[in-house]
Design a protein around this ligand. Structure first.
Ligand code: ZN
Length: 273
């Protein structure tokens, strides 16, 4: 794919309104943020949802409300998280997939997440992949470590995911791979070479989120930004919106001669329904 897909991770599960007052919380705020990101160059919105108190929730109803609100105002591709939040069960994490987003993330291994652990056994990964296959939802392999790329390759080999594949490299989570170019190259070199795939670079934290997405895009991959990964615009200065972060990475990529993908480009590439 010659064009660059930009994913906007507008909320996440761990970011709070104390850290970032412009964090979208209600379905209406999610929809407006998704539309603004689309207008700034994003083709995919990666979605975690919140309850009325602003806490992360796996509520299927709330996911559906957000999906409908977003679809009312913009044509952006919606990707649900199935990583959920720390402490959620597999059933909770997988439930919203039944609402029919076009894409969903699929965590490809267990990982330390600062003081917590995000558990993902191979049997549960198989179950997530199978559910997505049956419901026609395109998985995005979320890889926090090199071994996770090899776990994804097991799912591919077992026929649980259809090509072309989408990998993301999540770099900068405390306890996993750091947000460095060296780590990005190591992740990329673990990708299978005999299949159709796209890959997206994600940098968590201030420095990583500035470095990894544009470098990934210039290396032939794609970019993700947003409040899930970083709340700042520059050091110590909060971003006023998710769209500001999308706009910056989009203009950088365009300045270096690459085109930005539209949501329909993403649909065509991945054969989304
Ligand atoms: Zn996420």
């Amino acid at each position: 794919m010659n064009k660059v897909m930009i994913t906007a991770a507008i909320s996440g599960a761990e970011t709070t309104t104390e850290q970032q007052p412009a964090l979208p919380v209600t379905p209406q705020e999610m929809a407006l943020a998704a539309k603004a990101c689309r207008d700034a160059g994003a083709s995919i919105v990666h979605l975690h949802v919140r309850d009325d108190a602003g806490n992360p929730t796996a509520s299927v109803e709330r996911f559906n409300e957000c999906l409908l609100a977003i679809r009312t105002v913009t044509d952006i591709v919606v990707e649900f998280t199935t990583g959920g939040a720390i402490g959620m069960s597999d059933d909770e994490r997988l439930g919203p997939v039944a609402m029919g987003p076009e894409m969903a993330s699929l965590d490809c291994g267990s990982v330390n997440f600062a003081d917590e652990i995000l558990p993902n056994s191979l049997p549960s990964m198989r179950r997530f992949a199978k559910t997505m296959l049956e419901t026609g939802v395109k998985p995005t392999f979320e890889c926090f470590d090199v071994g996770h790329v090899y776990n994804a390759r097991i799912l591919i080999k077992e026929g649980l995911v259809k090509p072309p594949y989408h990998f993301t490299f999540v770099l900068g989570v405390p306890g996993a791979m750091p947000a460095t170019v060296e780590a990005l190259i190591m992740m990329k070199s673990a990708l299978p070479t005999d299949v159709e795939l796209e890959w997206t670079g994600i940098g968590v934290g201030g420095r990583g989120s500035v470095l990894i997405p544009p470098v990934a895009a210039l290396m032939g991959g794609h970019a993700r930004v947003g409040f899930e990964d970083n709340v700042y615009y520059t050091r110590g200065v909060l971003a006023a919106s998710n769209a500001m972060l999308v706009e910056r990475v989009a203009s950088t990529i365009i300045a270096y001669g690459k085109d930005i993908a539209t949501p329909d480009d993403v649909r065509e590439r991945f054969g989304l329904r």
